[in-house]
Design a protein. Structure first.
Length: 274
């Protein structure tokens, strides 16, 4: 079992889905965890987003593991919010060792999926939001003086253009997931002298509320060719969030202490499929 005892992790988009899974997985290794989520709706997102009740459930799951959970309702689109969240983390938990920049949306589906605002919201959450997370957390990691690990959730859409139908939301999603790879490479170089590692994880489709909703089902029904385009090589249509968490926990731990600047696919062979 991975030992993260005495560490503090900071996870965005942690109220449910992959973020919850990552937060609980890090807690299972012994880390205290800051769990941050917006807990409200963005207008261009065509499915219900996380709620305060979801965040409370994540906190309860972590605390049952015997470690501390620090909930923060916050929007990664606001740099001042992220700076305040990190200050709160240091004040309450005393340190910061692991950052998982995971917050994401899929503004492709629903009636506003082709509005220009869907593009702007996608980039604002998944690229600007990662930038804000890095700006807020990197100084705290450096000041800690004990190294650390930053893991950014990208996507197979950050390594390949996916869609045959151009919607503003999907364009923003693909642009943001490519963009964070550039941030990762830059920060991997900048933070390496401080023994802070920075990597991206690139999942294929994951069985979370982002895809398990009526709006996404309607979208795929309208674009059946897209379903074939999203097929994995291995006979597994959607991965479990825990499959991605295994990679995140490994990248957070000393077992990957010399791994930095890497794009790590967890994709059931999606990227090699012909």
């Amino acid at each position: 079992m991975t030992d993260l005892s005495g560490k503090v992790a900071f996870v965005t988009g942690a109220a449910r889905g992959q973020g919850r899974s990552h937060a609980v997985g890090l807690a299972a290794g012994g880390a205290d965890v800051v769990v941050l989520d917006i807990c409200s709706q963005i207008d261009t997102v065509g499915y219900p987003m996380s709620s305060r009740a979801d965040l409370v459930e994540t906190v309860e799951r972590i605390e049952r593991l015997g470690v501390r959970a620090l909930p923060v309702e916050g929007d990664v689109r606001s740099l001042s919010t992220m700076l305040a969240a990190v200050d709160h983390c240091i004040a309450e938990l005393g340190r910061l060792d692991i950052v998982v920049a995971n917050a994401g949306i899929m503004a492709t589906v629903g009636e506003h999926g082709d509005d220009d605002q869907a593009f702007y919201d996608s980039v604002d959450v998944m690229l600007n939001g990662v930038w804000h997370t890095l700006r807020a957390t990197a100084p705290a990691l450096v000041d800690g003086g004990e190294g650390g690990s930053i893991i950014i959730t990208s996507s197979t859409a950050g390594m390949r253009g996916l869609h045959t139908h151009l919607e503003a939301g999907s364009a923003g999603y693909v642009a943001a997931k490519h963009g964070v790879v550039g941030l990762m490479r830059m920060y991997a170089n900048i933070l390496a002298p401080h023994s802070i590692r920075v990597n991206t994880v690139h999942p294929t489709g994951v069985d979370t509320p982002m895809v398990r909703n009526s709006a996404f089902q309607s979208f795929t029904a309208e674009h059946p060719d897209l379903v074939g385009q999203l097929r994995n090589a291995l006979p597994k249509p959607l991965l479990d969030a825990a499959d991605i968490t295994d990679a995140v926990v490994w990248l957070a731990s000393d077992r990957s202490r010399y791994v930095t600047g890497v794009e790590l696919p967890v994709d059931a062979g999606f990227l090699v499929r012909t």
